[in-house]
Design a protein around this ligand. Structure first.
Ligand SMILES: *Cc1c(COP(=O)(O)O)cnc(C)c1O
Length: 202
């Protein structure tokens, strides 16, 4: 299991403390905020992007992040690929799944994940490394189990396709209140914020 410290709205000092305590991966939601932190912290940790990526932020994002966990359209994948080609980079990406098919949420519906990965796996400056999902906000995290389970099934189904250049290594599911259920359902990358840094004030 790998842990990403979800550090949106946390200070550089708080993140440095977490790194001193052993955090190896920092996950940020906003490119600009990450950029400021990255300037101070640099490559002593891996940087994951877990927010909604806008096209006009792609160029900056690829200079900071080691992995983009939130690819959810052909358009954004193609933009990342193009920007990486210009810099002779290859970006590791996860496809974000909207596992509960919520209208207001980003991410690809489970039934569309395979089609998107079949489209993007030929892009030579992107490497698909797995799936990420957020899941609905539910008080009772036990109710997340069927959504995590379906995402895990989707993950395995894509793995079994054996697409060239696709390495289904990461299943990123679970946050501070849901990581236990997520791990039971096959997550191997969890994104933890408040359980590391304390409750968010904003
Ligand atoms: C904030 C955030 C997390 C962590 O949430 P906590 O409840 O603070 O653990 C995980 N994933 C994403 C995408 C987030 O935005």
């Amino acid at each position: 299991m790998e842990l990403a410290a979800a550090s949106k709205s946390r200070s550089i000092a708080e993140i440095q403390q977490a790194i001193a305590a052993g955090v190896k991966v920092v996950a940020e939601n906003y490119v600009q905020e990450a950029g400021e932190k990255f300037k101070a912290i640099g490559r002593q940790v891996k940087w994951h992007f877990i927010g909604h990526l806008q096209r006009n932020k792609v160029k900056r994002a690829i200079d900071i992040f080691d992995m983009i966990e939130s690819v959810d359209s052909w358009e954004i994948a193609a933009a990342i690929d193009k920007a990486c080609a210009a810099e002779e980079k290859k970006m590791l990406v996860l496809v974000e799944v909207n596992c509960a098919r919520e209208k207001q949420k980003s991410g690809v519906f489970p039934e569309d994940v395979e089609r998107l990965i079949e489209q993007i796996h030929r892009l030579s400056n992107i490497k698909v490394m797995g799936l990420m999902t957020l899941g609905p906000f539910l008080q009772n995290t036990e109710q997340l189990r069927p959504y995590f389970r379906e995402t895990q099934r989707t993950f395995e189904a894509i793995k079994s396709l054996g697409l060239a250049g696709v390495e289904m290594r990461y299943l990123s599911m679970g946050m501070s209140d849901s990581y236990r259920v997520a791990l039971q359902e096959g997550a191997n990358l969890v994104r933890i914020g408040s359980a590391i840094f304390g409750k968010r004030s904003t």
